[in-house]
Write a protein of this length. Structure first.
Length: 367
């Protein structure tokens, strides 16, 4: 069963009451801490807001305050989800953070959750994302940073999967064929029809969805492991020598290729093709070193490319949705990049020629 948790734009959140922040910091974090300043931070595509609170009496010298759109609203994913019915007793962010922290994945410490105010007080990983770090780095440093990101990914996939916990929400939802098809249809609705202002012709829609279903079935048939679902350069924080992982609340069980495709076929950073090839090989080496055997490298690469098609078409549709429904156009500039990845993979596999034939007339970037 796929649950569509799309949200309509809400009235912008008012900033948290400084008196509420000061009281929580003084009484709930650590004795001797005090609030000094509060600075709003750039948000993401969600309905949440973020603030940096600088502190006196630290360490810590600052914390990140995550403000929920409504006190318990974060119990529902802002992405579509699929899986068995499961009673959600706590926020997915808190639930999945606890599981990842338990297997030593570098996620932010949760200092305090003010449930009535909808405020989470979190460890501050700083301002430098992986995207920021590599945008001004040389080729050797870019490779080193991405290898580190793959090291963290492999640790998460292996250890978070092995430590199966029935209380962790991620184990109760997965990338099955209906969810993958929902994301394909999300692209057709927003990335094609809403973007163009015209519907698909029936003959094209039927042919496109036929290929999409074949891809969805192949991806859904892969072994499932713990999947972050949004593992990319803006959700990885460079904190000294550590690479911190954020925005993990939509985690589920999915194919091993999904997070890897999110990382190296990134909507925000375009890597050289030779480096992409090298990083995919590096990932396979690391999985082998972790005792994950039986990887057919050619077959894995094909599934990786199919995953990239699915992930990036979904992203293109999502970016239009965020603009038209949420009133946030800042992701529209990234659409040509994600569609360039799709075009490359459509050209790579002759059996996907019918998809390009029927889809490209509606998507100029694929022509």
């Amino acid at each position: 069963m796929v649950t569509n948790n799309q949200t309509s734009p809400k009235t912008p959140l008012a900033s948290p009451d400084p008196a509420v922040l000061a009281d929580a910091i003084a009484t709930k974090l650590r004795p001797g801490l005090g609030l000094q300043t509060t600075t709003p931070l750039a948000g993401d595509a969600s309905n949440r807001r973020y603030f940096r609170a600088t502190l006196t009496g630290g360490p810590p010298h600052s914390v990140i305050v995550m403000q929920l759109a409504e006190p318990e609203g974060f119990k529902q994913s802002e992405e579509a989800v699929s899986g068995t019915a499961h009673q959600i007793a706590e926020l997915p962010f808190i639930n999945i953070r606890s599981h990842l922290a338990g297997v030593q994945i570098p996620v932010p410490t949760l200092y305090y959750y003010d449930q009535s105010a909808g405020l989470l007080y979190l460890e501050d990983f700083g301002d430098v994302t992986l995207a920021d770090a590599v945008s001004r780095a040389g080729q050797a440093q870019v490779k080193s940073r991405y290898r580190q990101a793959i090291d963290v990914l492999v640790q998460m996939q292996v250890h978070a999967t092995k430590a199966k916990d029935h209380t962790c929400l991620a184990f109760h939802r997965g990338f099955d064929a209906p969810l993958l098809m929902w994301e394909f249809d999300h692209f057709l609705e927003y990335g094609v029809e809403v973007r163009n202002g015209n519907p698909l012709a029936d003959i094209d829609a039927e042919a496109i969805r036929g290929v999409f279903k074949n891809i969805a079935d192949q991806l859904a048939g892969q072994p499932r492991i713990f999947t972050h679902r949004d593992y990319h350069s803006r959700n990885l924080m460079v904190d000294g020598a550590r690479l911190g992982v954020i925005d993990f609340q939509d985690a589920l069980m999915g194919p091993a290729t999904y997070d890897l495709a999110s990382l190296v076929r990134d909507a925000y950073i375009q890597l050289d093709e030779a480096l992409v090839d090298e990083l995919v090989e590096y990932y396979q080496d690391q999985m082998t070193d972790q005792g994950v055997g039986g990887i057919d490298r050619a077959a894995f690469r094909r599934v990786f490319d199919l995953t990239s098609i699915q992930r990036n078409l979904k992203a293109a549709g999502r970016f239009v949705y965020i603009d038209r429904v949420k009133g946030n156009p800042k992701f529209l500039a990234d659409i040509p990049r994600v569609l360039s990845y799709v075009k490359r993979n459509l050209e790579k596999y002759p059996e996907l020629a019918p998809l390009r034939k029927h889809l490209a007339p509606y998507v100029p970037e694929l022509q």
